[in-house]
Design a protein around this ligand. Structure first.
Ligand SMILES: O=C(O)C(=O)C[C@]1(C(=O)O)C=C[C@@H](O)C=C1
Length: 357
């Protein structure tokens, strides 16, 4: 390509950038006015954000991929929302955890993130109004449910307002380039589980596996201890200046974690929603069948069913159920009315848009 052709295309890009900039600020002015109309009320509208992103994907004619344009618009909306009022998102810290990556994926980079020492603390922070939303892991495709998040949802006054699905890549990290002399590997118990086979095959049996509060904490400890390594993701590696001795060491190639977003308000229907419930059945034959039967009869499809001891000291279980649709839809209302009549305990944890990104 000649210099002349190159210049022509760069001139075209310069003039397009000027138009894009003008349009972005036009959009931002509208968002700021919307913020004024909201008059100090709730600024974040998950159902509207999901609709904007879904529309952008459906309008997209390429060559940029649907995923790429959605990510760009995610950031544009994040910046527009920050003009209305900047949000603070509580997550299980320290900085560099997958929970923080999930928070940024969902709210964009204009939202501030607040590291908390535990999932309990992150919930409390939002319940007390010290942060706007909490992002908490709820299930991993390899390791299953995150029990603490499920337990906290039973009693919290917060409502689920969104979900984030994050692809999880783990790396073996260390200060320095050498694999020799590793005496222990730090990581979160879930991550040690997700890399169990790889560790068996690649590290001597005497290397101790030490579970710590988070992957980022594991990376911090490994950065201080020359005889240690950590299993953690990219963000933690970067934050603590660790070298990747081995990449993508998760046993399951499609290792993903689903996070829930909770806030103090309920969310309106977006048209493509999910509802999470927790139900408990009396301990008698056929009780469980009686719980799910109304869902089938009202044509409500179930996308998750998870049981968990109720922690009352009795031998009873709670069932965490996800269904398609919003609790305000008539078919779901019908099923919920029947459930409330028959079950020992029913709580709607929230209706929220299904993940778009
Ligand atoms: O539509 C709104 O309510 C807005 O505030 C605008 C906007 C956007 O940038 O599109 C920003 C924040 C909301 O969470 C949803 C959408």
């Amino acid at each position: 390509m000649s210099e002349e052709q190159l210049k022509q295309h760069r001139d075209a890009i310069d003039s397009i950038d000027a138009r894009v900039l003008e349009l972005l600020n036009d959009r931002a002015r509208h968002a700021r006015t919307i913020g004024e109309i909201k008059g100090g009320g709730v600024v974040y509208r998950p159902e509207r954000e999901a609709q904007v992103l879904a529309r952008i994907k459906s309008l997209n004619a390429g060559p940029l991929s649907d995923e790429t344009v959605a990510k760009l618009f995610r950031e544009i909306m994040s910046a527009c929302l920050a003009l209305e009022r900047p949000l603070t998102i509580a997550f299980l810290g320290p900085e560099g955890t997958f929970s923080q990556a999930a928070a940024t994926k969902h709210f964009g980079h204009a939202a501030a993130t607040q590291a908390c020492i535990s999932i309990d603390e992150a919930f409390r922070c939002v319940e007390a109004g010290a942060a706007d939303y909490v992002v908490a892991p709820v299930e991993n495709s390899t390791e299953g449910a995150v029990g603490r998040t499920l337990d906290l949802m039973v009693n919290t006054p917060l409502h689920i307002c969104g979900e984030v699905v994050l692809r999880i890549h783990h790396h073996l990290l260390r200060k320095g380039e050498h694999k020799d002399g590793i005496k222990r590997v730090y990581s979160h118990a879930q991550s040690l589980g997700q890399c169990h086979e790889w560790l068996n095959r690649n590290l001597p049996a005497e290397v101790e596996r030490v579970s710590v509060a988070s992957n980022a904490e594991a990376a911090r400890l490994a950065s201080l201890d020359p005889s240690a390594a950590a299993i953690a993701g990219d963000a933690a590696a970067e934050k603590f200046g660790l070298t990747k001795l081995a990449q993508n060491i998760e046993d399951e190639p499609n290792n993903t974690t689903r996070f829930l977003v909770l806030g103090r308000e309920e969310t309106a229907a977006s048209g493509h929603d999910r509802t999470s419930l927790v139900i408990s059945a009396p301990n008698r034959p056929g009780a469980l069948h009686a719980l799910v039967e109304p869902l089938a009869r009202h044509h409500v499809s179930m996308t998750k069913f998870e049981s968990r001891p109720s922690r009352t000291g009795l031998w009873e279980y709670l069932f965490f159920v996800d269904v398609e649709g919003h609790a305000s839809e008539p078919r779901l209302q019908g099923a919920l009315d029947e459930l409330r009549r028959d079950a020992a305990f029913v709580k709607v944890l929230g209706s929220y848009p299904q993940a778009v990104l």
